[in-house]
Design a protein around this ligand. Sequence first.
Ligand code: GLY
Length: 567
Amino acid sequence: MKKIITIIVIIFLFTQCKKSTTETNETSKNVGFIADSVMVVSAREEASKIGVAILRKGGKAFDAMIATELALAVAYPFAGNIGGGGFMVYRTNDGKTGALDYREKAPLAASKNMYLDENGNIIEGKSTIGALAVGVPGTVDGLFKVHQKFGSLPFSELIQPAIDLAKKGVIVTGKQAERLAHYKHLFSEVNDTIIVLDHDWKAGDTIKYPKLAQTLERIRDQGRDGFYKGETAEMLLNYVQKLGGIVSKDDLENYEAKWRNAIEFNYKDLKIISMSPPSSGGICIAQIFKAIEPFDIASYGHNSLKSIQLLTEAERRAYADRSYYLGDPDFVKIPIDTLISSNYAKNRMTNFSWDSATPSSTLKHGNIVGYESNETTHYSIVDKYGNSISATTTLNGAYGSKVYVSEGGFFLNSEMDDFSSKPGIPNMFGLIGAKANSIAPEKRMLSSMTPTIVEKDNRFYMSVGSPGGSKIITSVLQTILNVYEFQMGMQDAVNAPRFHHQWLPDVISMEPKGFNTLLINQLQEKGYQIKQENSVILGKVDAILRLPNGKLEGGADFRGDDKAAGF
Ligand code: GLY
């Protein structure tokens, strides 16, 4: 009997001990990588380390940006690129801010109805896959613009690590092997040769990119012309035109990245600096922040019924405006000041009710008196001088158009799909566009990329961004709110389950397993439609937070192979 009692006591103590360990783990914080003053967070460890090596040499965040972007073009062909484009937002150590637009442009031969058949219907796949989907690439010109204005180390030193990496090769991760297996059939469908990625790559294999190394060497030796003119340009043009594309010599020679003013606004005591058009990111995120500002969201709790309702309704209204007003600012006039004002947000929220969802079918864009506008990758960098950058770069779809210039070793984007091919018909992200984002020669297609820097007490506070097409904006928004309103550290803020609403389709996308059944039922009772989606497409946030002690905490998204590095 004594023996039995002893066994029962031991079992009881063991289960109690186990329970308390589990509880401790569930409530414990996930603290991200901590560094004293210097950090790079990106989609691949190789790229983060290359960026940090430049900072260690005394380079500035801008130098590290160039090295990191080029390293991603080698290590992360899924979205890193020289055949695509992107946006960068910066804040210098003396508080100056700005933005670089190195977004792709429509080729000169592009036309409004180029993706429609004779009956005016969209031809499936024409804007998303293959040579006609390709916009004029902006990345290489963008990097030279950054170097011209802010570079402190020679360009040749910044590009060399990417050249070396391409020659040495990159180790395939498990997630990368899965992605390659998933897209493999499209590589052979689109290209007329077997491309380097079109093999049964397994985790642990090494992929070398000798042709890409040669292209990068031409860029190192000839500057911008090493891509937009001469041998590389010829390879690109011959191949694209052979596959039926319309990018021309003039398109490449004339491409210019542009410096733009960032979108800046206040949310409570934060100053938020984000990307201006042709990205919708800055305006959209400003509209959502302004719409929720009068509410005490912190008191509702993170991912609570009330928080989700409030954010969903603010998102619904902002995305309805996005589809009507936003496009390339060089082609359309956008009422930016009105769209991001508190008054406008207040008016847009007047028909919001806690009792039930506002059906998107009853909601259009707001009226402005006197108005005459998925795959991507993000990285954040802070240097020891106090400069910070937030950059998002893309090929659009996974591996872009899948057109791979084998001789040059790089993919070309499918950015033309970010235009509205036909008003009212959704693109690959389900986004509906209007006239403001219709196709025209040399126009930039509307984007959702939202590289963002947050300032608090006149000092750098956060650098945040994400891939994820239309879901980028809401991923960035929730990450900032998680830190500022819900008191999370950077890694916890990145890890937290996310949700998304974009006006149309009228559904809340939620990460599976991130939200309990009771909450979902309560939302459904109020008229919200819920769709649980794979976490990969609800953004992959890479962010940096300045902690109260002045150190930096990285938030590298576990949804990918993302990694923070620094010292
Ligand atoms: N290609 C995705 C975006 O620019 O939003």
